[in-house]
Design a protein. Structure first.
Length: 415
């Protein structure tokens, strides 16, 4: 599906979707808990549905209807399971250690760019603790399909935090299962630490005992998680699109956010309302280390394009291994419509412009954050902008286009 947008500013009120990051974690914790948990305000994005299906395959009973999931925790795991992670990196990296901790022989599947996303941190470390990986069916340069066997044991896990915090989250969930205490020892600086903080907050709500050490985390083993009833908070990474739209001249009231959230992406509020704000009506250039907020980078690139001067976004090399190479694609798309973006291996440099031209087509490369970022960029184009493959928003925000239209966005669907 392609979307042709006629430039128009947005206005109105939007309640942002529930946090995908929080939802993944609550579903997994509830599935590992001994008893029944109830999770409200769940949003049926493709990634969340994948995590629910995978936890069902591992033995949890999950009934989902009208934004509520009733989860009966795993009593007996199957000997074997097939876990289709679809396009969700979180589902894959969280559940490989979990399946190993449960002793399930699990085949992991994925599609689109997911097989190309690295899992080396797990394939290097987990076999030292009772498990084995079979990647014989995967193509060269890919990690899926893969099969894990064996049962994860407690102990000391040495793992880098530089590639993805998702590996740390997966281990935090898994290491509460085996008998014996464990320690995760970070061998490098932990990027995206706020995502691990979300994990810790979730696990503690479910009664898990974890302590932070100077260079990692200590997890008490053999501790069954306790059932918990909770509500998923709003997603700052989705609110970011509307925050930036407001900085570019739209007038959207954003509701449904928790000001005390652990989400690192709540930084977007400070960026838009303080860091780039200028009382004279001009946006100031900025320099940001985005190692803790990588999901904001595509929309921040749009914002920087309208800051008067040169902005820099740094420590973002990991974005080359997301749903697509986000640094290259945002550079390609924005320059195509009149932006001035230069991509380096680990950073972006953006020279401000007065506006975008539009009048062309841009690719999403099946990346939801690219599609939504370009939709906001279209509000400041001179001519219509066509976004190819716009249905990819279903990964995290299935009704994004409906919401966009209700806010005054003008577009037509081209099948």
């Amino acid at each position: 599906m392609n979307i042709k947008i006629t430039p128009a500013k947005l206005s109105g009120r939007v309640t942002v979707p529930p946090s995908k990051s929080a939802a993944h974690r609550m579903i997994i914790a509830a599935a590992l808990a001994k008893g029944r948990s109830v999770i409200d305000n769940l949003y049926p994005s493709a990634d969340i549905l994948a995590t629910m299906d995978c936890m069902r395959a591992l033995g949890a009973n999950i009934e989902f209807k009208d934004g509520r999931a009733v989860v009966d925790g795993i009593v007996n795991s199957p000997e074997k399971a097939t876990l289709d992670c679809c396009e969700s990196g979180s589902t894959l990296r969280f559940l490989i250690p979990v399946a190993c901790a449960l002793g399930v022989e699990a085949q992991f599947l994925g599609r689109a760019n997911l097989p190309k996303r690295p899992i080396t941190a797990l394939t290097d470390e987990l076999p030292k603790h009772g498990t084995e990986f079979d990647l014989s069916e995967a193509k060269a340069g890919e990690s899926l399909p893969c099969t894990v066997k064996g049962k994860l044991s407690s102990g000391k896990y040495h793992i880098s935090g530089s590639v993805s915090s998702q590996f740390i989250t997966g281990l935090l969930f898994a290491l509460s299962v085996p008998e014996g205490d464990s320690e995760i020892i970070l061998t490098s600086h932990l990027n995206s630490k706020p995502y691990v903080d979300i994990t810790l907050g979730t696990l503690r709500e479910f009664g898990c005992e974890i302590t932070e050490s100077e260079n990692g985390y200590r997890i008490k083993g053999g501790q069954p998680l306790k059932p918990f009833n909770g509500t998923v908070e709003g997603d700052y990474s989705q609110a970011a699109f509307f925050e930036v739209a407001n900085s570019l001249g739209s007038d959207v009231e954003i509701a449904g956010l928790n000001v005390n959230s652990f989400q690192g992406d709540k930084k977007i509020v400070e960026i838009c309302r303080e860091i780039v704000y200028n009382k004279n009506g001009m946006l100031k250039p900025f320099e940001l280390d985005c190692s803790d907020i990588p999901d904001l980078v595509p929309i921040l690139t749009v914002l920087a394009s309208f800051c008067e001067g040169k902005s820099r976004i740094t420590n973002v090399a990991r974005l080359r291994f997301k749903e697509c190479d986000r640094l290259a694609v945002m550079t390609e798309n924005l320059n195509k419509i009149g932006g001035r973006v230069t991509a380096y291996e680990d950073s972006l440099e953006i020279e401000g412009v007065k506006g975008f031209k539009g009048g062309t087509e841009v690719e999403t490369y099946v990346d939801h954050r690219i599609a939504m970022s370009m939709a906001i960029a279209a509000t400041r184009c001179e001519e219509p902008l066509t976004i190819l493959g716009a249905e990819c928003v279903s990964k995290s925000y299935p009704d994004f286009w409906e919401v966009y239209g209700k806010l005054g966005g003008i577009f037509q669907t081209i099948v």
